[in-house]
Every structure is written in structure tokens, then in C-alpha cells.
Design a protein around this ligand. Structure first.
Ligand SMILES: [Zn+2]
Length: 287
């Protein structure tokens, strides 16, 4: 399941091709993904110019010259493909590549045309078109907390957000109203790095701990994004075989293995909190 760093990696791959590009030959190959496509979706993209490729939480947002913003959520298996080949003056509609490709289009920028595809085998992803001046008030975005890589995510923000909370810090960090786009994997990693017990009541976390936590959250996300950059080459090959990158995790998925900080520590444990697995080192993260 793509988390924030993977979505940011996708954004960085799409931006050079789509920012400033005019869209043509837009094809929508089925009526719905997780939700129905908006009415007249392909027609509304056709001829539009993409003004920017942005990310908010795990959504990709592309404001268009038409005044609407094209929103994409990758769900579990959604992926864009770029073939990078010059389509030139071919008259045929862009070919459908693979039976799971649900949207395809051509993006033309500075005399170069790139074929862009969107495939989603499990169809948990979705797309929308929202008037650009109403994006912030749209239900997908209205309740979201600050971006973990933005300036508004800070220890004073967490102090305020966690005040009086008896819920565990692990579960609290997954609350999208408190911080947007942070998923299970990176919460586990950040807590390990900040040496905070996932079971600590959020409201009991001291100021220095929250300071360490905000630093750790940024670090784990930035490192994962940096690692993702190396997969952009494969991503652009559009071969369909490359999954989301496998980052080297310190605790996530490492139940029973030794702690990377000190292999003398008893093994990484897995517990379930709020219905999700938490991985942690009971020695490093005692409190
Ligand atoms: Zn440890």
C-alpha cells in the first residue's frame, strides 16, 4: 500500500512530464474505480493544461487550466506509467496497455508528448475533479491536519493535538485530523527512532519526546522519499512489473528479529493497536 513517501515519489516522477503539459487523447476505460469517475471525466481533462502536480496527504492534486483540480488517490495498487516515447503525429488513439489500465492520455509539453497511463489492479484507488477554489473544503481534504513535512507540523502542534489524550501515541499519530498522510509503517519507524513506546498515552508525552518525535517523523519520511527517487527510472519504464519500492525498515515487519540499534536487545515485538500491527523494540522504547 503506497504511503506518503511513495505518493511523493510518484508526484516527483509525474511533475516533469505533466507540469505545464496539455492533455489530449484522454481515455477512460471503465466507469469506476473505488468510486465512479466524475461525469464526463475524460472530456473535462481533454485539452486542459496541468498547472502543477501537488500532493496533500496521500492525494495527488493537479490543478488544471479549466479551474478544476484533478485528484488521484492511488489506493493500494494504483500506479501511473510514463512511456517516455515520442508519440509524434500518430493518428490512432493511444493503445490500451494491460487490462488493468483504466485511464490513458497524452501529455504534451515543450514539443514532447508522453503517454501517461493509470492502472489499478485492485481498484481501491479513485479519481475526482473538484473546483480548484473548493479543494480545501471538499470532504476528502477539509478535516486533514498539517502535512508532516510542512512547517505546521511541530512539537507545539503535537502538544496541543495530544493534550489530555489517553489514547496511545501510536494510534493518535494515525489520526489524519492530527497529522495528514502518516501511515502505519512510518509511525512505527518514527517511534522507534525517537525511542518512544507505542503504548505511551499521547497526552503523557513530554516536550523533549515530542520534539524528538517530530524530528524522527521528518527523517523517516525524507529518507524514504530519497530512497524512492532511485526507483523513478523503473517507474518510467512502464513495464508494469515494478512494485513500490521496498525500503529498509528498522522495525516494521521485523517481528522476532534483533533490534538494529543493539542486537543484544530482546527481539522486535508485534502488538495490535487500533486493529493495526505495531512493531517496536521493548528495550529502546520502554516509555
Ligand atoms: Zn532496541
Amino acid at each position: 500500500m503506497p504511503e506518503l513517501p511513495e505518493v511523493e515519489t510518484v508526484r516527483r516522477g509525474l511533475a516533469p512530464v505533466l507540469e505545464g503539459a496539455r492533455l489530449s487523447r484522454v481515455r477512460q476505460n471503465r466507469p469506476d474505480l473505488r468510486f465512479p469517475f466524475p461525469e464526463g471525466f475524460a472530456e473535462r481533462l481533454q485539452g486542459a493544461t496541468v498547472e502543477a502536480v501537488r500532493r496533500r496527504a496521500k492525494y495527488l492534486l493537479m490543478p488544471l487550466s479549466t479551474g478544476e483540480t484533478w485528484v488521484t488517490h492511488l489506493g493500494m495498487t494504483g500506479r501511473f506509467t510514463l512511456d517516455g516515447t515520442q508519440l509524434g503525429e500518430f493518428e490512432e488513439a493511444a493503445p490500451i496497455v494491460g487490462r488493468h489500465e483504466h485511464v490513458s492520455l497524452c501529455a504534451s509539453r515543450k514539443g514532447r508528448t508522453t503517454r501517461v497511463g493509470f492502472a489499478d489492479a485492485r481498484r481501491f484507488g479513485f479519481m475526482g475533479l473538484i473546483p480548484t477554489d473548493q479543494v480545501e473544503n471538499h470532504p476528502w481534504f477539509a478535516g486533514l491536519g498539517p502535512e508532516p513535512l510542512g512547517n505546521a507540523f511541530s512539537s507545539p502542534h503535537l502538544t496541543e493535538a495530544f493534550r489530555g489524550k489517553s489514547q496511545s501515541i501510536k494510534v493518535s499519530l494515525l489520526d489524519q485530523r492530527l497529522v495528514a498522510g502518516l501511515g502505519n509503517i512510518y509511525v512505527c519507524e518514527a517511534l522507534w527512532r525517537a525511542r518512544i513506546s507505542p503504548r505511551l498515552a499521547a497526552g503523557k508525552a513530554s516536550k523533549p519526546r515530542l520534539e524528538a518525535l517530530t524530528v524522527a517523523v521528518r527523517q523517516v519520511l525524507e529518507e524514504a522519499i530519497a530512497a524512492g527517487g532511485s526507483t523513478l527510472r523503473d517507474f518510467a519504464n512502464a513495464d508494469g512489473g515494478q512494485g513500490y519500492f521496498q525500503h529498509r525498515f528498522d522495525v516494521y515487519g521485523r517481528e522476532g528479529e534483533t533490534c538494529r540499534r543493539n542486537d543484544g536487545h530482546p527481539m522486535i515485538r508485534r502488538i495490535v493497536q487500533g486493529g493495526r500491527s505495531t512493531f517496536f523494540c521493548a528495550t529502546c522504547q520502554r516509555r
